[in-house]
Ligand binder design. Structure first.
Ligand code: PGA
Length: 289
């Protein structure tokens, strides 16, 4: 079942996302009777920065315990593969390894080896990807995948047209992704953005027991609209979550604007608590703001 939660702004999205993430973690650890770990797939990008900041702040305030953090195991969704002859990754300033250290890992007491990211410098990339999948399986599978969505509907670096059952492997970035990421992270320099990456497969992401998709800003409205209202198709990879048993979208009003417009009255307004898609069976939507 898919749920859609709409918060008033990106800070409220982060707060709601952390509520879900911690709540799901506490349940997962309880289910594992105190012995297991809380296994998460984690995204990079501009959207999750506030979520990471909120997690760090709650830990600093004592609202998230050291023990909870120590029991988290994380696998990042993707990592760039350097173009031949370019600077050595994964220590590049825009590598996802660097991003995660900068925004998240270094602030929290994770257990040694708890944070895995695909290694683009591995001698055998196929082996690296298979080992990644295996490390998730050995740990008992993903309890939760926290994901973003690209303006073209991609999830991780699974670009249109992606396979619902794809495994972790080498992928090519779509031109829209190259230009989006050039704008956000590479000072607009298209040439500086690697054109290939290692990405967790959609099949792997879809195997997570719970998925939370976060999106903020007008630029995501069309992709969000297509993924919720459109057909389930690899041409819009995020639409594949429509078939997931437990997927929650956490959106701000801008990212949800097409969904809100569709459900609003003639005055363009939507009362709090109004369902975003009244008629669709199997969907549960609520508006928080
Ligand atoms: P963003 O990227 O958070 O920087 O918008 C999301 C994505 O491309 O998955």
């Amino acid at each position: 079942m898919m749920q859609i939660k709409v918060a008033k702004d990106p800070l409220a999205v982060a707060s709601m996302t952390v509520d879900f993430l911690v709540g799901a973690g506490e349940k997962a650890l309880k289910r594992k009777e105190g012995k297991g770990t809380y296994n998460l797939a984690l995204p990079t990008g501009s959207t999750p920065i506030e979520t990471y900041r909120e997690l760090i702040e709650r830990h600093n305030q004592g609202r998230i315990s050291d023990d909870f953090i120590a029991r988290m195991r994380t696998w990042n969704l993707d990592e760039y593969l350097p173009d031949p002859g370019r600077e050595v990754w994964p220590h590049h300033e825009q590598s996802h390894r660097t991003f995660m250290e900068r925004h998240f890992f270094r602030f929290l007491p994770f257990a040694p080896g708890a944070n895995r990211i695909l290694d683009p410098a591995a001698a055998d990339l196929g082996e690296e990807c298979r080992g990644y999948e295996q490390s998730i399986a050995v740990q008992g599978g993903l309890d939760l995948a926290l994901v973003g969505i690209g303006t073209n509907g991609h999830v991780a670096f699974n670009e249109p047209r992606a396979d619902a059952d794809s495994h972790t492997g080498v992928v090519h970035l779509a031109p829209t992704t190259v230009s989006d990421n050039a704008e956000k992270f590479f000072k607009g320099d298209l040439n500086a953005v690697p054109k290939q990456a290692l990405s967790m497969g959609l099949g792997t992401i879809l195997s997570a027991r719970k998925v939370i998709l976060i999106a903020t800003g007008h630029a995501k409205a069309v992709a969000v609209g297509a993924s919720v209202l459109g057909p389930v198709t690899g041409w819009c990879p995020a639409s594949l979550f429509q078939n997931h048993a437990d997927c929650t979208y956490v959106l701000d009003t801008e990212a949800a604007s097409l969904l809100i417009k569709r459900a609003a009255g003639p005055d363009g307004r939507l009362a709090p608590g109004t369902s975003l898609l009244r008629s669709e069976a199997g969907f549960s939507h609520s508006l928080i703001c």
